[in-house]
Design a binder for this molecule. Structure first.
Ligand code: PHE
Length: 454
């Protein structure tokens, strides 16, 4: 290829805009809802250490690869993989792996939107003071009542999908970029305020110790693999998100440096979320290993008993909504770009078609908590099944594909040109990681999740 391709859908206006958009995509329910509870369930420190190693050794190199494919291809993930594969003398069929990534993002969004809806419901509960002076059973029933009511879940799921579609319909600069410019710094500020509060509880040292003091005797092989899987999910790797966001990155921006920034921001926010949450958990004698209900069931109890609890609770759930929203738009964009390019549809129409389609699939998750909770296949409801298939099968498979694609298929000269670096030691380390280390490690997660190693 003689001329570099141009992006079809506009570009980020600056390096900062891209870093914020991609960090907004990375930071989400995974950091604030999932990371604390899986760290809590797996004993804290040692798990956190493994997760950090996974982000550093596998997450960052694969993210670089994904952004690189996007920027060089400048098309939707399927088309970019087809173009780059042809360019390096291989089959166009690799585009199916791009399609799988797009499909994963689409399916993840269908349930992500429902869970983001829980956070909206909790903003209202918090603002009304519903957590004040409540005991554990009452807080528990608040959560059960919410998920048992299909209308509540449907209303918020609709609201999240409407807002997501409206923003994506506006396009890269006036939609995605503007939304994250407002939401991302607000979210950061809110989380810092909450960490400030956590310091004030007098239990901050307990939180620090729990997160950073590794006790390897509680670390199981399963926890190691969970940490690896979470590193993927939290960095938004393998769903087409980083590829499509990469497609809008101007040429002069260094892929290496932005990938580092994104990973650092994402990791810091996960750790800050842990530091905001665990001191509260310990200060109120709650259980760190409470599981997925950790923030929805136990934190309201802590908020209900603290000074200015109503304000802090409202801020906390608002922050969760913002974090989830900037991820939701990034999950819709790959499908929208694919539809625009494949069927020559205008952005607004493509956004509404995809938004409505995701909303429809999301109904399965809405009803899987109530009306259809007994409809199971292999013991899984619609929601748990979808979560299982996307997180444990689609993501590892797409991640593996990206590593192999960059490591083995793409010609070295193209990789070097896109990274803008020399053929030195750092490049060799990156390539070996993608060629050997990542496929072996990610393959292990995949086999494990299929139960072969489990
Ligand atoms: N990284 C997001 C989170 O941690 C989830 C996500 C996955 C967003 C994949 C986009 C793509 O919540």
């Amino acid at each position: 290829m003689s001329q570099p391709r141009e992006s079809l859908h506009g570009q980020w206006s600056s390096k900062l805009a891209f870093i914020m958009a991609a960090s907004g995509a990375a930071v989400g329910l995974g950091n604030i809802w999932k990371f604390p509870y899986i760290a809590g369930k797996n004993g804290g420190g040692a798990f956190v250490l493994v997760y950090l190693v996974c982000v550093l050794l596998l997450g960052i190199p694969i993210m670089m690869g994904e952004i690189l494919i996007g920027r060089r291809g400048r098309r939707n993930p399927a088309q970019s993989m087809a173009l780059l594969s042809e360019e390096s003398g291989h089959s166009k069929k690799w585009q199916w792996l791009g399609t799988l990534a797009i499909l994963s993002g689409f399916l993840i969004l269908s349930y992500y939107s429902v869970i983001a809806g829980w956070a909206i419901d909790y903003v209202f509960h918090a603002a009304k003071g519903a957590f004040l002076a409540k005991n554990a059973a009452q807080i528990d029933s608040l959560f059960s009542q919410m998920i048992a009511n299909p209308w509540t879940l449907l209303t918020y799921h609709t609201l999240v999908m409407l807002a997501t579609t409206v923003v994506v319909a506006k396009g890269v600069e006036s939609g995605l970029e503007k939304a994250v410019y407002v939401m991302f710094p607000t979210m950061l500020l809110l989380i810092l305020i909450l960490v400030g509060y956590a310091i004030d509880t007098g239990y901050f040292a307990h939180g620090l110790k729990f997160l950073f003091h590794p006790n390897f005797s509680v670390l199981t092989p399963k926890a190691v693999l969970m940490a690896l899987g979470h590193a993927f999910f939290t960095l938004s790797i393998a769903t087409g998100t980083m590829m499509i966001y990469g497609a809008y990155v101007p040429r002069h921006i260094s892929i290496v440096s932005v990938s580092l920034y994104i990973a650092i921001v994402d990791t810091l926010i996960a750790l800050l979320a842990g530091l905001a949450i665990f001191p509260l958990v310990f200060a109120h004698g709650l259980e760190p290993a409470a599981g997925p209900g950790l923030i929805f069931k136990t934190l309201p109890l802590a908020f209900g008993a603290m000074h200015f609890g109503r304000v802090f609770a409202t801020l906390f759930f608002l922050m969760l909504v913002f974090a989830a929203f900037t991820s939701a738009i990034s999950l819709l964009e790959p499908s929208v770009a694919w539809l625009m390019e494949t069927y020559h549809v205008k952005r607004a129409r493509a956004a509404w078609v995809c938004g409505i389609a995701v909303w429809l699939v999301g109904l399965g998750t809405v009803f899987s908590f109530n009306t259809a909770k007994n409809w199971t296949v292999f013991g899984k409801t619609f929601f748990t099944g979808l979560d299982y298939v996307t997180a444990n099968i689609f993501l590892p498979l797409s991640g593996l594909a990206i590593a192999i694609f960059c490591g083995w298929l793409m010609k070295k000269e193209f990789l070097l040109a896109e990274l803008g670096c020399d053929d030195g030691l750092m490049f060799a380390c990156w390539r070996i990681t993608l060629k050997i280390i990542a496929p072996v490690a990610v393959g292990a997660v995949f086999l494990y999740s299929l139960g072969i190693l489990g």
